[in-house]
Design a protein around this ligand. Structure first.
Ligand SMILES: Nc1ncnc2c1ncn2[C@@H]1O[C@H](COP(=O)(O)OP(=O)(O)OP(=O)(O)O)[C@@H](O)[C@H]1O
Length: 246
C-alpha cells in the first residue's frame, strides 16, 4: 500500500515545537523503508499518523489512497496492516501461540475459534506459525503464557502476530529493541522477506538501517535524509545535527 504524506505537521497540545514539521514523503507500494533519527525526532509520531492514532494538525496523509483520519477508511487500512509496537501489546493470560494468531481473527470460522479457545493454533495456520516461530527462535515458548516470556521473546511473538495474516502494509516501531544481535537479525530477515508488502520500520540501529534499500531520517520533525545508502558521515550528521550533505 502506498503511503503519501504532503506537508504533514503535528503539534501536540502544550508543545512549543511540532513533532512533525511539514513532512512530505511517499512510500511506494511494496517498498521497504527504514526511519532513522534521534530520540524525539518524530518517528513514532509518523507511524502513529499512518495508523490513525494521531491526526495531522495540517497537511494530508493517505494510505493506499485512504485517509486514516476518517473512521471508515481507517478500518479498511487496519484490515490490511500488521503492526509491531514499541513495548508491544500482547494479551496477558493467553499463550504465546494464541497471541501469535490473534491478527488472523477476522477470518476465523467456528473451527478456528474452537481451537483458539482450547489454546491451540487453528490447523490452517499451524505450519506457518511453526516456520515463523522457528525463524524467530520462539518455538520452545509457544505454549507458555506471554507474561512468563522475556521482553525480547514477547517482541518476537508480536512480530509473528504482525506478519502471519500476510498484511499489505507492515509497520514496526523499533522491532529489534531488546533483542540480541542474532535474534535482531532474524527479525530483520522476516521483515525483509515480506516481498510485495510495504514495510516501514523505525530503528536506532545503523547496521539494521543499512539492510534496507531506503533510509528516511528525521530530525526535529523534519526529513533530513532520504536515500538508498547511508554513509558514516550521513549517520553522524543525522545524530549530531549537522546539515546532511554539507
Ligand atoms: N502524545 C504526545 N503528547 C505530547 N507530545 C508528544 C506526544 N507523543 C510524542 N510527543 C513529542 O513529540 C516528539 C516526537 O516524539 P516521537 O515519539 O515521535 O519521537 P521518536 O523519534 O519516535 O523518539 P524515540 O526514538 O525516542 O522513540 C517528542 O518531542 C515527544 O516528546
Amino acid at each position: 500500500m502506498e503511503i503519501r504524506l504532503t506537508g504533514v505537521s503535528v503539534t501536540f497540545p502544550d508543545r512549543e515545537h511540532p513533532a512533525l514539521d511539514d513532512v512530505s514523503l511517499t512510500v511506494e507500494e511494496a517498498e521497504h523503508v527504514v526511519l532513522l533519527g534521534p530520540s524525539g525526532s518524530g518517528k513514532t509520531t509518523l507511524l502513529r499518523c499512518v495508523l490513525g492514532a494521531v491526526k495531522p494538525t495540517s497537511g494530508t496523509l493517505t494510505v493506499g489512497g485512504k485517509n486514516p483520519a476518517k473512521a471508515a477508511e481507517l478500518r479498511a487500512i487496519r484490515r490490511c496492516t500488521g503492526v509491531v509496537r514499541q513495548g508491544n501489546d500482547l494479551v496477558h493470560g493467553l499463550r504465546a501461540q494464541t497471541n501469535a494468531v490473534l491478527g488472523t481473527s477476522p477470518s476465523w470460522g467456528l473451527r478456528d475459534w474452537a481451537a483458539v479457545l482450547r489454546g491451540r493454533v487453528p490447523a490452517r495456520y499451524a505450519e506457518r506459525v511453526r516456520t515463523l516461530a522457528e525463524t524467530q527462535g520462539i518455538q520452545p515458548f509457544l505454549k507458555s503464557q506471554v507474561e512468563s516470556l522475556s521482553g525480547g521473546q514477547r517482541q518476537r511473538v508480536a512480530l509473528v502476530r504482525a506478519v502471519l495474516p500476510e498484511p499489505r502494509l507492515l509497520l514496526a516501531d523499533e522491532p529489534t529493541s531488546g533483542l540480541d544481535p542474532v535474534t535482531a537479525q532474524a527479525a530483520v530477515h522476516t521483515l525483509r522477506e515480506a516481498s510485495g508488502v510495504t514495510v516501514v520500520i523505525s530503528t536506532h540501529d545503523l547496521s539494521i538501517a543499512r539492510q534496507f534499500p531506503r533510509v528516511v531520517a528525521l530530525r526535529d520533525g523534519r526529513v533530513c535524509f532520504d536515500g538508498p545508502e547511508l554513509s558514516e558521515r550521513d549517520a553522524r550528521d543525522i545524530y549530531e545535527g549537522v546539515e546532511v550533505g554539507t
